[in-house]
Ligand binder design. Structure first.
Ligand SMILES: [Zn+2]
Length: 131
C-alpha cells in the first residue's frame, strides 16, 4: 500500500485543517514538505506546496469527502452583485505602501501586505465580505 497526494496547500493552517477534516471520518493522512513550506515560504517554488497524502485504500473516500465539502462551501458563497455561486476566495500579496514594498523586497520576497477578497467569475466583481 502506498501514499497518494490528494491535495496541496500553500500554508500549514489550511493543511492541518484538512488533516483534521479527514481524521473526523477516521482517515489517516500525512503532510509532506510541511516544515520546508512553513519555515521558508518564499522558496515554495523550489520544493512545492505542502502535500496532503492518504493511503491508496482511503483515496476514493477522501476525494468524495473533499468534493462534498467544496460543494457545501460553494453554496454558501454568493456574489452580492449578480447572485452567482461561482465565487472563489483569493489571497493576493500586495504591498500596501512603499514601506511595506521595500520591506517585502528586503525580506526575501516574504509578502508583508496580504489582501484577501472574493472574486466572482460570472461578473468579475470583487468584494471583501460575504453577506
Ligand atoms: Zn457576480
Amino acid at each position: 500500500m502506498k501514499l497518494i497526494n490528494i491535495r496541496s496547500y500553500d500554508n500549514y493552517i489550511d493543511a492541518n485543517l484538512a488533516v483534521g477534516f479527514l481524521e473526523s471520518e477516521g482517515i489517516a493522512s500525512y503532510l509532506m514538505d510541511e516544515n520546508t513550506a512553513s519555515i521558508l515560504p518564499s522558496i515554495n517554488y523550489i520544493f512545492g506546496d505542502i502535500k496532503l497524502q492518504v493511503w491508496e485504500n482511503d483515496y476514493a473516500k477522501s476525494i468524495a469527502m473533499f468534493e462534498a465539502e467544496d460543494a457545501r462551501k460553494k453554496r454558501l458563497m454568493q456574489c452580492p452583485n449578480c447572485g452567482s455561486h461561482d465565487v472563489q476566495f483569493m489571497v493576493a500579496a500586495k504591498p500596501k505602501n512603499w514601506i511595506s514594498a521595500i520591506l517585502t523586497f528586503s525580506f526575501f520576497s516574504v509578502p508583508l501586505g496580504i489582501e484577501n477578497s472574493y472574486h466572482c467569475f460570472s461578473c468579475n466583481h470583487e468584494f471583501k465580505k460575504l453577506e
